[in-house]
Design a protein around this ligand. Structure first.
Ligand code: SAH
Length: 465
C-alpha cells in the first residue's frame, strides 16, 4: 500500500525544444543533466562558481550560457523567471535545497538532484529509440534499481524500434483515411506489428513495409512466414535477443533433438511445439516432410519458428529448408546462432585459433555415408598450423583419428572432445589422436559431442574456481 505521505510522482513527457532551463552547478552532476537537456534541445543557462571540462566546452561552443558565478538568492531570483524547469545540481545539498525553495516560491518545477524531498519533479532513467521514449522511475527511492530495469527493458526492445515508430507516424494519416473505423484500424496495426511488415519497417525497408500494410488493409493477408532461427548450443543465455523475441511471438515451433528443454522453456506458452528431430539412422521426420510442414503451416497463416541447434547454416540443412520456402513463395527470415564450435570452444576454454599454432580453423562433418564410409579432404585436414573442428564425429571417432594419423599427423597430436558443450553437464576430455578413442570409450562419451584437433588444445585455459 502506498504511504499517503509519499509524493505521488506523475510521469509526463515534457516539450523542451527551445525552452529555457536553469541549471545550478558546474560539475559532473550538472553535466549529466545538461547532456540530457541538450539532447532535448533545451536552452540551458548555468549558474556555477566554475565549470568542469565538459561544461566549459559547451560554454565555449555557445551550446550553453554561463550566466552567473554565485548562486545567492538574488541571483537565483533574477535568473528563474521565464525558465520552464530548474535543476539544482551542485554537490552541496544545502545550496540545492536553497535553490529549490526559491523555485517553489516562484512556482517553477525544480529537481534537487538525488534529493526527492525538496524536488517537485525527478528525472527518470530513460530509453531513447527515435520517437520512442521509455522512462523508468522508482520515485527517487532506488536509482540503481531503475537503471537495472532500464537495461532489462532495453534488451527486450528490438533493434529498429525507432524506425518502426517513424514509419507508423508517416502512415498514420493514410491509415486513418482508408480505415475510418477505429476498432478495425487498431486490428490492422496489430496485425502489422506482429508480422513481416513491422520487421521490414525496422530495417528501413519502407516500400516493402507499406506494401504489406496495404495487403493487411485490403484483407488479403493471413500470409504466414517462417523464421529459421539458430538457438545456440544449449545454454539459454547464448540465445540472441532476436531469437528470444521470435520464440515469444511464434504460433508454432518446429524443433529437433539438439534443443535442450531449458531452451524450449523460453518459447511462448501457447505456441504449438512440434518435434521433428532426426537421430542418426532413426529418422523421425524426413527432411522433405519437414520442408512440406513448414510450407503448409505458413500457408495457413502461421508464424512458424524453425528452431535449430547452433547456427542454422552450419551443418543444419537450413539452406534446403529455405529453398523449399522460396519455391512456395513463403516469406522467411534467417537468424544466426552460436554454432557448436564457438560455444564448446569458449566453454571448454580452448581457443579456436592461436597466433603461435593455428592460423586457420576448419569445420568438418564426421557423419559417415550410408555405406559407412567417410569422404573427407584428409590431406588438407592433416596439417599443422590449423584447428580442425569435427561435428557429428562421435561414431566415426576411431576412423577419424586413424585417418588423420595415416595422412601424416603424429599420434601425440593434441585432440579434445567436448560432450554436451555449454550445458550444465558439459564434459571435456583432452588427449591426443593416439589416446582419444580409448578416453572417449572409457568415459562413455555420447552425442552431441564435438571433436577439436590441433595444438590449440594445449592452450586450454581453466578459470580458477
Ligand atoms: N547447426 C549446428 C550443428 C548441427 S550438426 C551448429 O551450428 O552447432 C550436430 C552436431 O553439432 C552434433 O553431432 C555435435 O557434433 C555438434 N553439437 C551441437 N551442439 C553441441 C553441443 N552442445 N555440444 C557438443 N557438440 C554439439
Amino acid at each position: 500500500m502506498t504511504n499517503i505521505s509519499e509524493p505521488a510522482w506523475f510521469p509526463l513527457a515534457l516539450r523542451l525544444d527551445n525552452v529555457r532551463v536553469l541549471v545550478v552547478g558546474g560539475g559532473m552532476i550538472a553535466a549529466n543533466k545538461v547532456r540530457l537537456l541538450l539532447a532535448h534541445r533545451a536552452r540551458v543557462q548555468v549558474i556555477a562558481a566554475r565549470l568542469d571540462d565538459e561544461m566549459r566546452r559547451w560554454e565555449e561552443e555557445g551550446t550553453i550560457t554561463h550566466i552567473a558565478t554565485s548562486a545567492d538568492a538574488t541571483t537565483l531570483r533574477d535568473a528563474m523567471p521565464g525558465c520552464r524547469l530548474v535543476y539544482a545540481a551542485t554537490d552541496d545539498r544545502e545550496i540545492n535545497r536553497a535553490a529549490a525553495s526559491i523555485a517553489h516560491e516562484m512556482n517553477i518545477p525544480v529537481c534537487a538532484v538525488d534529493d526527492p524531498l525538496p524536488s517537485s519533479f525527478i528525472t527518470p532513467a530513460q530509453i531513447h529509440r527515435g520517437l520512442v521514449r521509455i522512462a523508468i522511475s522508482t520515485g527517487g527511492a532506488a536509482p540503481v534499481l531503475a537503471r537495472r530495469l532500464r537495461e532489462q527493458v532495453e534488451s527486450a526492445i528490438p533493434e529498429g524500434t525507432g524506425e518502426l515508430a517513424l514509419f507508423m507516424q508517416a502512415q498514420r494519416e493514410y491509415v486513418g483515411r482508408v480505415c475510418p473505423d477505429i476498432v478495425r484500424r487498431r486490428r490492422v496495426w496489430e496485425t502489422f506489428l506482429d508480422g513481416a511488415g513491422a520487421q521490414a519497417a525496422r530495417q528501413g525497408e519502407t516500400a516493402r513495409a507499406r506494401a504489406i500494410l496495404d495487403d493487411i488493409i485490403a484483407g488479403t493477408t493471413a500470409r504466414g512466414e517462417v523464421w529459421l532461427v539458430g538457438a545456440g548450443p544449449g545454454d539459454p543465455d547464448l540465445l540472441t535477443l532476436r531469437a528470444l523475441h521470435m520464440m515469444q511471438n511464434a504460433d508454432s515451433v518446429l524443433y529437433d533433438q539438439l534443443l535442450s528443454p531449458a531452451l524450449l522453456d523460453r518459447v511462448r506458452r501457447d505456441a504449438e511445439l512440434v518435434f521433428v528431430g532426426k537421430r542418426r539412422n532413426r529418422h523421425t521426420m524426413p527432411q522433405e516432410e519437414i520442408n512440406a510442414e513448414l510450407v503448409r503451416r505458413a500457408q495457413a497463416g502461421q508464424r512458424v519458428l524453425r528452431l535449430k541447434g547452433g547456427d542454422p547454416f552450419v551443418f543444419g540443412r537450413g539452406g534446403e529448408e529455405i529453398e523449399a520456402l522460396m519455391d512456395a513463395a513463403i516469406p522467411f527470415q534467417v537468424v544466426p546462432g552460436i554454432t557448436a564450435a564457438n560455444g564448446c570452444a569458449a566453454y571448454a576454454g580452448i581457443p579456436l585459433t592461436h597466433r603461435d599454432c593455428a592460423q586457420a580453423c576448419m569445420f568438418v562433418t564426421g557423419h559417415a555415408r550410408a555405406d559407412g564410409t567417410l569422404h573427407l579432404p584428409w590431406d588438407s585436414m592433416a596439417r599443422p598450423g590449423q584447428t580442425v573442428v569435427i561435428y557429428m564425429g562421435v561414431s566415426a571417432l576411431p576412423a577419424l583419428c586413424a585417418q588423420l594419423m595415416d595422412h601424416g599427423l603424429p599420434p601425440d597430436w593434441p585432440a579434445a572432445i567436448v560432450e554436451r558443450g555449454t550445458r550444465a553437464d558439459q564434459r571435456v576430455l583432452t588427449g591426443t589422436l593416439g589416446t582419444l578413442v580409448q578416453q572417449a570409450t572409457g568415459a562413455g562419451i555420447g552425442s552431441p559431442a564435438l571433436i577439436i584437433v590441433g595444438e590449440v588444445v594445449l592452450h586450454r585455459v581453466v578459470s580458477p574456481a
